[in-house]
Design a protein around this ligand. Sequence first.
Ligand SMILES: [Zn+2]
Length: 326
Amino acid sequence: MLKPRPGGGATPKEGNTMKNVKAGHAKPIVCLDAGHYGKYNRSPVVPAYYESVMNWALHNYLARELEARGIQVKKTRTTQAKDLELNARGKASAGCDLFISIHSNACDTESVDRPVAIYLVDDNCGAIDEQSRQVAALLAETVREIMQTNDPAKTYSKLASGDRDGDGKKNDDYYGVLYGCHQVGTAGIILEHSFHTNTRAAKWLMQDANLQALAKAEAATIAAWFDLDHAGSEKPAEPAPAPEKAPVKLDPAKSFHKYKAGVYKVQSSDGCLNLRAGAAADKQLIETMANGTKVRCYGYYTDAWLYVVSASGKAGFCHSAYLKKQ
Ligand SMILES: [Zn+2]
């Protein structure tokens, strides 16, 4: 459940409709952590695969995609060859709006093929716990969609068994990078891109084009979570803007709920559904989509209208009565 958090740290700047961004930030800042260094965590089923190599490549692609969307990126590592302590990597996110540690997972059962996202333990001290839970759900679902994993995505948080910070409360994160994030007040997740103990997943992750597709989709999810589509100047520049048409001005979505996020299919008795610039039938028409067309919602909505991105990449509102969740 989304709990309201009094006094949560992330208040958008005046005149700025971005969400989940700390006060004073002109643009969101994301800290990316390549999960391992050197040649580490070799796949037992696809010997050419090393988790560390994938982590490094994907975090670089993701950095590029985030920057293209006007998001500032900080990286925990300056070189792939050198290790950096877990807690220090989490703490490197100080002053950032989001921390993501990039991994693939391993287990004893070869058939396991699912994304896993681990979010901060809820210590009731601010907005970052809920924020990290939201991002975990959204990104795990994005990874599932792009990787087409056999098993559904899983998200969880894990408490340390002891009292790591010695404040008398057993509310510290088990994972070192997340513990570091918590200490410096950054929403953070560990994102496992399925399991490299699974042959299909490991082979998939060895394709460079697949990593680039993942990076694009993850960057889009992150940008939507920051609500950058609504934040005027933060909107990424399109490569070739059509000069004859004024850009569509979208209304901002009023609400967010992670359970609204997902892929939907158009299913209307008219055989089609309109994508509009706002949550009403008289709002500007952006696109008409045939039955069976898929759209993606990142959890944002206004009343009965979902804020979605269409198959052709256009953002807008669709009435939820004509959308069937996949
Ligand atoms: Zn790992």
